[in-house]
Design a protein. Structure first.
Length: 663
């Protein structure tokens, strides 16, 4: 027995009929008469499928459906609504609320059981062990059970059927991995079973092994003509059957491909659209006898509303109806991507060649005159469903081939991109090496004349100042300042170049002692300045010590520089947490800056203060930004003119064991 299906219906007759139908099909059940009983059952057990009446004495079935969908653990539970409410609006309400199926009362037993199997198959999780299922079709109970035991001992799951008809239904509902079928069966024989499997696009890939007691050579020929993958005589040892089975499965796995094509034997839903209630009921009665579920719509508008929420396998459409007629309904169906592939058979009582041409021109797949004899309609209906099945299969194959072609194209493109990138990286590294060598050479060549300009300017000022007037001395001082500034600019540019190249060696380190060492040098450079330095302890981080020292030297040096006009300077260095992220902060109470120009701060040669007021080249913060980015972090600033500035930075490799000071 399978996991139980929960049946919720206040009619004792319906409950008992459903229990008998399902348990006769090997499906366990649990029945409830009220919504309260159903709620209680759902708190104690999980069900793969719930068959739910829409009208209950203590609950609205659709409102109960909403409750069920919100309960924990029901994500994979399918719900089938049963209702005597025949109007399309009731069906739409149920399906839009979350029902997986909506079946009207009185229901067709064959369709209902088939649909239960299908919904449970979809809800059934894949076997974690990957166990393969073998369907055995044989009318001999003794041989059937003996073969079942052998298969289960070999690690397979086994299904059994005593007739070809039963075997085909199981194959459609449960999709076994392989089928072993006896040649001689009551009803249709084994060869016919295999032919029907091969004609069904959803099942044709299942390996089929034909068993026979016949010793005639023609029996084997007939088996292979029918499409069997292997022929086995019943007199053979069961080990031979297992060996043949394994060989067939190996061949099938080598060319298998997953698809969701609907089997011809699976449950089918037909939408019948006609304004004649008499014809609709007669048509529904006939088709339900063939195992179809027939959904009834009385107008084109109702049909379109229903198709928006419920898929069907075929549409039977009356030509002449009030409101939008059959031709316009057909055009609208074929204009929508979701429904355009559904076959449409136009039905009419009008014997008019022009009407037929117009109907087919509107997109109908077939055109049939109405008649009390439904034999032609049944044959045409089956033909349209079979045609759609093959089209679905071909579409699946085309999509699979296109996916493979796309994957191959993407792989080729990725390989080409990787090769081009590698070549570009190699070329870039070569160019960078050449540029670096050139820059050092240029820097050396520039420094020599600059030192000469600076030295001779200093000598002139020291030894020949009395021979120059004040204007000449001023020009010499300008020359010397420019030479010194050019030297500083060269040094800063070389520093900026170095921080973006070379080895990167991140380690766990404490930024606090590095900061204190830099502060000591700053105090020595300008003794006597009254500045409070407040550096938190244990500013732990992960990074390259050399690069982070350069970054701190620039940031702390800027803070020192821009607080020199304050009577009492204050510079802080600490870490804080913002939204769980560790952020380092260097804050001063110096000159500050206008936030309208904050985006310029980190650009090369960008300065927000004049060189007369505060010296500098405009390269320091650009260097800091490159160092922080090389660590995978980010840097930004906040400030106000005359009220100081704060610089914030993160390091992606920071030590999470750091002691954080929160401010």
């Amino acid at each position: 027995m399978t996991d139980p299906v929960l049946i919720v219906d206040d009619s004792l007759t319906v409950r008992m009929d459903l229990v008998e139908l399902l348990e006769g099909a090997g499906i366990a059940t649990q029945a409830c008469a009220t919504g309260a009983e159903a709620r209680q059952a759902l708190t104690t057990a999980r069900f793969p499928l719930i068959i739910l009446d829409v009208l209950l004495p203590d609950a609205d079935g659709i409102e109960l459906l909403t409750e069920i969908k919100q309960m924990p653990g029901t994500e994979n539970t399918a719900v089938m609504l049963l209702s005597s409410e025949a109007e399309v609006r009731h069906r739409i309400r149920g399906l839009t609320t979350g029902a997986d199926e909506y079946i009207g009362k009185p229901y067709e037993s064959t369709y209902l059981i088939a649909r239960v199997h299908e919904l449970m198959r979809r809800a059934r999780p894949e076997s974690p062990s990957g166990q393969e299922t073998i369907l055995v079709i044989d009318d001999s109970l003794t041989f059937r059970e003996e073969l079942r035991g052998t298969l289960e001992d070999a690690g397979y799951a086994a299904l059994v059927a005593s007739t070809g008809e039963e075997g085909l239904r199981l194959a459609a509902h449960l999709r076994p991995t392989a089928i072993i079928v006896d040649g001689m069966l009551p009803g249709i024989d084994g060869a016919t079973v295999i032919r029907r499997i091969r004609l069904d696009a959803a099942l044709r890939g299942i390996p089929c092994l034909l068993l026979t007691a016949s010793e005639e050579l023609s029996a084997e020929i007939q088996a292979f003509d029918a499409g069997a993958d292997a022929f086995i005589r019943k007199g053979d040892d069961l080990a031979v059957i297992l060996a043949r089975l394994k060989a067939s499965l190996r061949a099938a796995h080598a060319q298998s491909g997953h698809q969701e094509t609907l089997s011809l034997l699976a449950p089918k839903k037909i939408l019948a659209v006609d304004d004649s209630e008499t014809f609709l009921q007669e048509l529904a009665l006939t088709l339900r006898g063939d195992g179809y579920e027939v959904v009834l719509a009385r107008s084109g508008e109702e049909a379109l509303d229903l198709l928006a929420v419920e898929p069907v396998e075929c549409i039977l459409l009356d030509l002449l109806m009030p409101g939008i007629g059959g031709q316009e309904t057909c055009r609208r169906v074929k204009a929508v991507a979701v429904t355009r592939d559904i076959p449409v058979i136009m039905l009419t009582g009008v014997e008019d060649r022009e009407a037929m041409i117009q109907g087919l021109g509107a997109g109908a797949d077939d055109y049939i005159a109405k008649s009390s004899d439904f034999e032609i309609l049944r044959a045409r209906l089956l033909a349209q469903i079979r045609r759609k099945q093959f089209e679905d299969e071909n579409r699946f194959i085309r999509e699979k081939l296109l996916r493979k072609e796309l994957e191959a194209t993407e792989a080729r493109a990725a390989k080409e991109v990787a090769e081009v990138r590698a070549a570009l990286v190699e070329e870039l590294e070569l160019k960078n090496a050449e540029l670096e060598a050139f820059s050092y050479s240029v820097a050396h060549d520039l420094r020599a004349p600059l030192r000469s300009v600076d030295g001779f300017s200093a000598a002139l000022l020291d030894y020949y100042a009395d021979k120059l007037d004040s204007e000449g001395q001023k020009y010499l001082r300008y020359m010397r300042q420019s030479a010194q500034r050019m030297t500083l600019l060269i040094d800063d540019l070389l520093s900026l170049s170095r921080v973006t190249r070379g080895d990167f060696q991140p380690i766990e380190l404490d930024l606090a002692p590095i900061a204190r060492e830099i502060i000591g040098r700053l105090r020595q450079s300008t003794p006597g300045r009254d500045v409070d330095f407040i550096v938190s302890d244990h500013l732990l981080a992960a990074g390259d010590a050399r690069l982070l020292a350069i970054a701190l030297e620039n940031l702390l040096g800027n803070a020192w520089k821009f607080t020199r006009h304050r009577d009492k300077g204050r510079i802080e260095f600490f870490a804080t947490l913002i939204d769980g992220e560790k952020i380092f902060v260097i804050r001063d109470n110096g000159a500050g800056f206008d936030m309208a120009y904050a985006m310029k701060l980190f650009g090369v040669f960008q300065r927000l203060h004049s060189s007369d007021e505060f010296e500098g080249t405009g390269i320091g913060l650009a260097t800091v930004q490159r160092i922080i980015r090389r660590h995978g972090g980010r840097i930004w600033a906040d400030g106000k003119i005359g009220d100081g500035a704060s610089f914030f930075f993160t390091l992606s490799g920071e030590s999470h064991g750091a002691q954080i000071e929160r401010t």
